[in-house]
Design a protein around this ligand. Structure first.
Ligand code: ADP
Ligand code: MG
Length: 260
């Protein structure tokens, strides 16, 4: 089981879109996949066709150990993968976790019981470096960082990289940055292509080969509760996320081989 947190403390950079579409694309490739929604906005939950207003239990109850993962997870009706859903309740978790023991390890503990159930677990983190994101980073083996190729993208990156370094040093020795995913890419925009080239220069192999273009079909899909990769399979954005899933499967397989 490979656990990846999809994180970037900036909002609107494509975390949820990446989480939902990668989950659906992995599932379409036969990978047993769980998507964990760690954002109180519940956008990932809604985006895979699960109604956040009618949940019996959610990731909130799991973090507070009032429900098990097995009780709280649901199947995406559109995406053929499991979802540990979220809604507004989760906003309270931040405060309620403060006094609890091993508060940053709650998600890790919940996933540990399900090692055999999944090939991939994807965690959609909220736009902050909060206790919720910390739970995501402590549970994960690696971080996928979606980013737009704009000037300020690089500025925010150092805060995230520092947080990941601290978590690695103090809480989770396994954690590493898997890669930077360039999203909402516009090849006609000179700044976009410049920043993209800078990223490759600076981060080398840590930049995924797949480029996700700006594509309106990806933005339309959530309102139908269908992952973009299934909503319009022929769209450029859908094809990019399908390619990204194959890139991730390749990466994971290459680790297996190097461990032989
Ligand atoms: P985050 O989870 O980081 O806040 P989202 O995934 O919700 O970001 O994306 C922010 C907005 O941008 C959403 O309205 C989403 O539909 C849109 N969006 C994300 N990726 C793309 C893309 N590749 N092309 C067009 N719109 C996109
Ligand atoms: Mg989001």
């Amino acid at each position: 089981m490979h656990i990846f947190a999809i994180a970037n403390q900036k909002g609107g950079v494509g975390k949820t879109t990446t989480a939902v579409n990668l989950a659906a694309a992995l599932a379409a490739n036969g990978q047993r996949t769980l998507l964990v929604d760690l954002d109180p906005q519940g956008n990932a939950t809604m985006g895979c066709g699960v109604d956040k207003r009618s949940l019996k239990s959610s990731v909130y109850q799991v973090l507070l150990q009032m429900a098990t993962l097995a009780e709280a997870r649901v199947i995406s009706p559109t995406g053929k993968f499991d979802v540990l859903p979220a809604n507004r309740d989760l906003a309270g978790a931040e405060v309620e976790l403060v006094d609890l023991e091993r508060r940053e390890m709650r998600l890790k503990a919940a996933l540990a019981a399900h090692q055999a159930d999944y090939d991939f677990v994807l965690i959609d983190c909220p736009p902050s470096l909060s206790m919720l994101t910390l739970n995501g980073l402590c549970a994960a083996h690696g971080v996928i960082i979606p980013m737009q190729c704009e000037y300020y993208a690089l500025e925010g990156l150092s805060d995230l990289v520092n947080t990941i370094k601290k978590v690695h040093a103090n809480l989770n020795r396994e954690l590493k940055i898997i890669g930077l995913l360039r999203v909402m890419y516009d090849p006609r925009n000179t700044l976009s292509t410049q920043v993209s080239a800078q990223l490759e220069q600076h981060f080398g192999d840590k930049v995924f080969k797949t480029l996700v273009p700006r594509n309106v079909r990806l933005a339309e899909a959530p309102s139908y509760g269908v992952p973009g990769v299934l909503f319009d399979k022929a769209a450029k954005g859908a094809q990019a996320y399908m390619a990204f899933a194959l890139e991730m499967i390749d990466r994971v397989n290459s680790w297996k081989e190097s461990n032989l």
